[in-house]
Design a protein around this ligand. Structure first.
Ligand code: AMP
Ligand code: DBH
Length: 566
């Protein structure tokens, strides 16, 4: 008999049997599903509040208990099942931070259908790709959010995607589609999925032309929730404020909304990350813990020094997604009166935290250490040779909650993983003698725009679609607020109309690319710097900088920089 492959669902790469056995024997994989997890919590403490938001009629407060969430998940699962959605189906979920986000994903988990997590910032280009690539059966959207009409986006995507059968709308006006609120039905008996099967497809920030999807199993993800909840000291009295987009791996699992439900705590959904929205929620809901990307942490620490809101309930602020500057780290406790926890994680798996009892120096200067004793960390040179402790090199990792391959991407997997299954993170790190990691840089072709990851190649491909663009390279450049922003260096095609930077940015936006991926700056050049062997040198492009003398027009400032989320 062939060895059983944990997490195998036809298209997801799996852990080899001996690793799966090890992770089960060690007790990391509990053999339970998300559906069972919610059921046991709802049975143990039905009347505790699981989730709070302010998305009721006219912006009113809603508080759903564990029993409410459990019943809602069952009823929605029944309704979805009646629409023909079942085990193995993919459903693109693009919701803002509202309670229905949890209702929808738990309904899908119970069905064995796979949420495909999209971010509210995604537009036609990303969503149509997710629908086509996964053959999604349904797409769940809000009616409107932050001034954007998702029903119009859904109509466009539906017309383009042959396999997409349903659009379900959360909110008061479903337009031409079915309202999610009309779906719930009498619960039906559903077989519990295999805990080693893929529970959902998470998004990678990626470094390639199209985003990669990350298959996470019930077993592996629930282990990362348990580990995170322990490390962040969550319990039934914890109140987690979900500030970053709920579907992102950080606010979902580090420890995030799901880690909070694991621990029996309360999730408060925050619709926007600005202090004037978040601070009143912290005060009124007695929030104890939340997570932010570095630019937001800076905004919050500034705002906290002058706020009239009572933030005294806040015990822990997690900051991650991009490197937090040491000086900024040192400002957190004086400004917010809480403990900083740095977190360095990735949707592919590995998550590192500074510990709550680490000394202040370690908390300010490192990005933490891994969740699991079974997380294997290698720091290697360009030839995959291990480096001595303290030397900076490429981070490779393998472990009980780090994937062994992206979903349906065999060619890319051959490059992104070593033969023995280590994930090539693309991060440059060094290890301290205490086993903490310090992120020193990045080898992957990506821009980390305040925690929002942009794959250079994806944006380059959109620029190249313009008839007046001969060639394009997108690189990161320093930004005082975001840490990094994106700059596209473009060679115009001779003999065509001289396109302007503003027109190119509009072109990319109109192709349906998420706003945060539209280059912050575009500079025109006659040629790209090359390396000794004639390859284009992104390193040299990066240091050309805003004063690039070859740019025939003065560099534009970003039209309307998108606010950083993740
Ligand atoms: P993704 O693979 O899209 O989930 O993005 C994960 C990547 O975000 C990591 O590989 C790092 O490049 C970056 N990242 C996350 N947290 C941190 C952090 N605390 N410091 C520096 N980089 C981070
Ligand atoms: O950036 C990330 O992807 C990230 C950051 C912090 C993450 O996935 C996580 C924690 O789990």
């Amino acid at each position: 008999m062939p060895p059983r492959l944990a997490g195998a669902s036809g298209t997801a790469s799996a852990w080899p049997a001996e690793f799966a056995e090890r992770y089960r024997d060690a007790g990391w994989w509990e053999g339970i599903t998300f559906g069972t997890l919610l059921r046991t919590r709802a049975t143990a403490h039905p009347d505790r509040v699981a989730v709070v938001d302010h998305a009721g009629p006219g912006g009113t407060r809603r508080a759903w208990t564990y029993a409410d969430l459990d019943v809602r998940a069952d009823r929605l699962a029944a309704g979805l099942s009646a629409r023909g959605i079942g085990a193995g189906d993919k459903v693109v979920v693009q919701l803002p931070n509202v309670a229905e986000f949890l209702e929808v994903i738990f309904a899908l988990f119970r069905l064995g259908a796979l949420p495909v997590f999209a971010l509210p910032a995604h537009r036609e280009s990303e969503i149509a790709y997710f629908c086509d690539f996964t053959g999604a059966a349904a797409y769940v959207v809000p009616d409107r959010h932050d001034g954007f009409d998702y029903r119009a986006l859904a109509a466009t995507v539906l017309a383009r995607s042959p396999e997409l059968r349903h659009v379900f709308v959360v909110g008061e006006d479903a337009g031409p589609f079915e309202a999610l609120a009309d779906l719930p039905a009498e619960p039906v008996d559903l077989p519990d999925p295999d805990p080693s099967s893929t529970a959902f497809l998470q998004l990678s920030g990626g470094s390639t032309g199209v985003p990669k999807l990350i298959p996470r199993t019930h077993d592996d993800y629930i282990y990362s929730l348990r580990g995170s909840a322990e490390i962040c000291a969550l319990d039934e009295d914890s109140v987690y404020l979900c500030v970053l987009p709920a579907a992102h791996n950080f606010p979902l699992s580090s420890p995030g909304s799901l880690g909070t439900l694991y621990a029996g705590g309360r999730v408060v959904m925050c619709p926007r990350p600005a202090p004037d929205t978040a601070f009143p929620l912290i005060q009124d809901e007695r929030v104890t813990i939340t997570g932010l990307v570095p630019p937001l942490a800076l905004v919050w620490t500034d705002a906290a020094s002058v706020t009239a809101y009572d933030l005294s309930s806040l015990d822990v602020l997690l900051v991650g997604g991009a490197k937090l500057a040491e000086e900024a780290a040192r400002r957190v406790r004086p400004a917010l009166g809480c403990t900083l926890q740095q977190v360095f994680g990735m949707a592919e798996g590995l998550v590192c935290y500074t510990r709550l009892d680490d000394d202040p120096e370690t908390v300010a200067t490192t990005q933490g250490r891994p969740i699991s004793p079974d997380d294997e960390i290698r720091v290697v040179d360009d030839e995959d040779e291990d480096l001595p402790v303290g030397a900076t090199g490429h981070l490779l990792t393998r472990g009980p909650y780090t994937i062994r391959g992206y979903w349906n991407a065999p060619d890319h997997n051959a490059r992104a993983f070593t033969e023995d299954g280590f994930y090539r993170t693309g991060d440059l790190v060094r290890l301290t003698p205490s086993g903490h990691l310090v992120v020193e840089g990045r080898a992957k072709d990506q821009i980390n725009r305040g925690g929002e990851k942009i794959a250079a190649e994806e944006v380059e491909n959109h620029l190249l679609a313009h008839p007046s663009v001969h060639d394009a390279n997108v690189v990161a450049e320093p930004d005082p607020y975001l840490g990094e922003r994106s700059c596209a260096y473009v060679i115009r095609r001779s003999g065509t109309e001289a396109v302007t930077a503003a027109a190119l940015r509009r072109f990319v936006r109109e192709r349906g690319l998420a706003g945060y991926k539209v280059p912050d700056r575009i500079a025109f050049v006659d040629a790209f710097p090359t390396t000794g062997v004639g390859k284009i040198s992104k390193k040299d492009l990066r240091i050309l900088g805003p004063e690039n003398p070859e740019s025939p027009e003065s560099p534009e400032s970003p039209e309307s920089p998108e606010s950083p989320e993740v």
